[in-house]
Design a protein around this ligand. Structure first.
Ligand SMILES: Cc1cc2nc3c(=O)[nH]c(=O)nc-3n(C[C@H](O)[C@H](O)[C@H](O)COP(=O)(O)O)c2cc1C
Length: 166
């Protein structure tokens, strides 16, 4: 990460299947509320997506569907939020179909999709080691450039919000 920026990695592992009846009876699960608050408090959202059957994984879409509930809370969580989408796959196309599949989702949520860079990591099995270390120098540089560009953009937007609030 660039200096004076911080990345917080959150998990969707404990998010249940979306069920409107459960929401009506019990409201939004605590695990979802915590993740919503984390996104609302962040300057930007970096979505790192796998690709399943040439689209986004259903479990990831399910998580975002929960995060969009109740709908009245969407502006607080996603409205104008800078969102960057990237991903890695074992094949040669680096999640391009999955990344494209996410676009209408975040447009619907009125997020601000950052398109200042693209990060498609192909052959992830060879460029990333077992320990998660990035072994390939070109891949490392591509990730660095993507993150640096997105962080600069989120900083710009945060400064603009601060000026507007004065
Ligand atoms: C059901 C399923 C479908 C997949 N379909 C694709 C695909 O269409 N394109 C692709 O590049 N990789 C595909 N993969 C490989 C995933 O991209 C790979 O599993 C992922 O990068 C690793 O993330 P995961 O451990 O969260 O599954 C698929 C994997 C699974 C399990």
């Amino acid at each position: 990460m660039p200096a004076e920026s911080e990345m917080r990695i959150e998990s969707i592992a404990d998010i249940p299947l979306y069920n409107g009846d459960v929401e009506a009876a019990q409201g939004v699960p605590d695990v979802v509320t915590r993740l919503k608050d984390a996104i609302a408090g962040a300057d930007g959202l970096l979505l790192v997506t796998p690709e399943y059957n040439n689209s986004m994984p259903g479990v990831a879409k399910n998580a975002v569907d929960w995060l969009s509930r109740p709908a009245a809370d969407i502006p607080r969580v996603f409205g104008g939020k800078p969102v960057a989408i990237c991903g890695a796959s074992p094949g040669g196309f680096g999640t391009i179909m999955s990344q494209n599949a996410w676009l209408p989702v975040f447009r619907t949520l009125r997020a601000e999709l950052w398109s200042g860079g693209r990060l498609l990591v192909s052959r992830a099995g060879t460029v990333v080691g077992e320990d998660g270390e990035i072994r390939d120098e070109t891949t490392r540089e591509n990730i660095r450039a993507f993150i640096t560009g997105f962080v600069a953009h989120t900083g710009l937007r945060a400064a603009q919000r601060a000026t507007a609030a004065r």
